[in-house]
Design a protein around this ligand. Structure first.
Ligand SMILES: [Fe+2]
Length: 605
């Protein structure tokens, strides 16, 4: 799969400095440059935002961004950052501008404007969220123009948006499951993107059948999707894409392309790159479990037959769709069978559901409704046709994900459910079935680790030398030294300082030369083993050497540094450490999960 992020990032990083210079020195103002239909969209993770807009002139493509706190009124500082993107021809008279903005901090308000480096839009703002605790709004089928009156549909859509974002005013982004517009008509796109709220809240749209009605690429001119595939789920309107927000992986399919083997490959790749995501959410337009006009159509049944085995295979937690203009929520589904027997906790939350919950949204604008069919499938836990626009609020809080659906007119909640994933006792990002879960749980129970932040262990993050030293000292109840005078010159004044001073005084660590320890650098496996060996030797706790040559059985044992050879010999002999695929990988870096396993092997004996 070709993913757009890498080449674009390269282009961006190459041109950021140039773009700033260009703006500072710009003198030629392009005549007639105007901007419309600015869409801000989730980037490939929560520190990134994608921007897309139409301009009337092909003359440069920039987003200028600054923290709101650094603005003077609506004036950017002269050194405010600009990001360069790419520009291409769109509908007659317009150009499509696409820019990726990176490096955004969480929970921070930013000001931005888009332009060609000389002329700009007005200044707008957005606020970034917190990946571990946020909400997203889920809608579908605004289908602007479906009623035959674009302005009525636009008003209905804006009313729903205002109600949703008004109630949940720190909404991280909007998920729209397709049919944003009715036909390939620019005035419908103008109407859908008109709300000022969409200058501040990112939107992740889906290609519905109505975005796909013609050979027109209008949809792809108007949006800039993160990680959009150039290989999977392709039609003229766009391809499959994914993004990550906190511990949730969001994957969006273009199911107008009915080659499900391609969607299978796409999901496999996205899941493979996000194995640590606690939740997997899949969005696609054509619902496969619905209650109204599309419930029994052969196209629905065919897509269901082809798609549910893939959704089962990847253990998708939540599948979001539309197309049916009628709200349906299923029981957890697996093998095309409703799994009605589930475990609920004392708060009524479903614990580790044994299937995928499918939610099909009603109309978000009121442009069109379909009546509930008289014959209902056994899959539906709730079917609602309220003949009024609805939306759902998705709350992600660590290991729980809730979905509550509201009438947009009265804001009455009409359906709600919560999924909770059981995790290790303390950490949201340590699934209870992970290979390292027993090790992390053991270390947490002994207060050897408290994680990298509240409820977060970061199992896949690289372990630093300072982190390992502190864990090692805590594991053997060695107290920090309050006297810092003999410490390494880079011992600093932080969580590891006292431990480093004590370890140096005791001879557990020697540093890297020049009286430095490099506490914030990643630690190699052999340096980790060496520190461990020194500590155990000092404490008279070295394991017994049972075989003097076991380290040589690894095919890469010649890579072991001479200073680490004794340590690796004795630790492999006792089974405290082991390699994988016949290799010991002495110079590779250690993840926090690997470290937990090594300490667990030692301490749990
Ligand atoms: Fe549709």
């Amino acid at each position: 799969m070709k993913i757009s992020k890498t080449p674009l990032l390269v282009i961006l990083s190459t041109f950021i400095a140039l773009s700033v210079l260009t703006i500072a020195g710009a003198s030629a103002v392009a005549s007639g440059y105007t901007v419309k239909d600015i869409a801000i969209q989730p980037g490939y993770n929560e520190s990134v935002m994608n921007f897309c807009w139409y301009s009337t002139v092909n003359s440069g493509c920039y987003v200028q961004v600054a923290k709101a706190s650094e603005m003077t009124g609506s004036e950017f500082q002269v050194d405010a950052k600009s990001f360069l993107g790419s520009i291409s021809a769109a509908s007659t008279g317009y150009y499509s501008n696409k820019v990726i903005v990176t490096g955004l901090s969480p929970k921070t308000e930013y000001a931005y404007r888009v332009g060609n480096g000389a002329s700009y839009s007005g200044v707008y703002s957005f606020k970034t969220g917190d990946g571990n605790n946020y909400n997203a709004i889920f809608v579908s089928d605004a289908q602007i123009g479906a009623s035959g009156n674009i302005s009525n549909d636009k008003a209905g859509w804006e009313k729903t948006l205002s109600a949703a974002v008004g109630r949940f005013n720190s909404t991280a982004f909007i998920l729209s499951a397709g049919d944003q517009v009715d036909y390939f008509n620019e005035s419908e796109y103008d109407a859908f993107l008109a709300s000022p709220l969409l200058r501040s809240v990112p939107i992740a749209p889906t290609v519905g059948n109505h975005e796909n009605l013609s050979s027109s690429a209008l949809n792809s001119y108007h949006y800039f999707e993160p990680n959009e595939s150039s290989e999977y789920g392709l039609t003229n309107a766009g391809g499959d894409y994914w993004f990550r927000y906190g511990n949730v992986l969001y994957m969006v399919l273009n199911t107008n392309n009915t080659d499900v083997s391609k969607h299978d490959a796409f999901i496999g790749q996205a899941v493979g790159e996000n194995t640590d995501a606690a939740f997997r959410v899949l969005m696609f337009h054509q619902s496969i479990y619905c209650s109204a006009a599309y419930s029994a159509l052969s196209a629905t049944l065919t897509l269901r037959k082809n798609l549910y085995p893939i959704i089962d295979k990847y253990h998708i937690d939540l599948a979001l769709s539309g197309h049916d203009h009628c709200y349906t929520r299923t029981y957890p589904m697996f093998g095309n069978v409703a799994q009605k027997s589930q475990t609920f906790d004392s708060e009524g939350r479903i614990v580790d559901p044994t299937g995928t919950i499918y939610v099909t949204a009603g109309s978000s604008s009121g442009s069109k409704y379909y009546d509930i069919s008289k014959t209902q499938g056994d899959f539906a836990a709730e079917s609602l046709q309220l003949y009024t626009p609805t939306f759902s609020n998705i709350e992600v809080n660590g290991n729980s994900l809730s979905v509550t659906t509201y009438r947009a007119d009265t804001m009455k909640a009409v359906d709600s459910f919560v999924i909770v994933k059981s995790t290790s006792s303390k950490f949201y990002d340590v699934p209870s079935n992970a290979w390292y879960a027993p090790a992390v749980e053991f270390l947490a129970s002994k207060n050897i680790t408290t994680g990298t932040s509240s409820h977060i262990f970061s199992p896949n993050a690289l372990l630093t030398r300072g982190q390992f030293l502190v864990l090692l000292m805590k594991a053997y109840s060695i107290t920090p030294d309050s006297d810092n005078t003999g410490n390494f010159s880079d011992g600093g004044n932080t969580y590891y300082t006292g431990y480093l001073a004590a370890a140096k005084a005791m001879g557990i660590v020697q540093g890297v030369g020049g009286n430095r320890f490099l506490p914030d650098s990643s630690i190699s496996r052999q340096d980790m083993f060496m520190m461990l060996y020194n500590a155990l030797k000092l404490l008279n706790k070295l394991p017994t050497l049972t075989s003097s040559a076991i380290e040589k059985s690894y095919s890469d044992s010649f890579l072991i540094a001479s200073y680490a050879r004794d340590a690796i010999k004795i630790l492999t002999s006792d089974g405290v450490i082991s390699g994988s695929n016949g290799k010991i990988d002495p110079a590779s870096l250690s993840s926090r999960a690997q470290m937990a396993q090594v300490l667990y092997n030692l301490l749990s004996k």
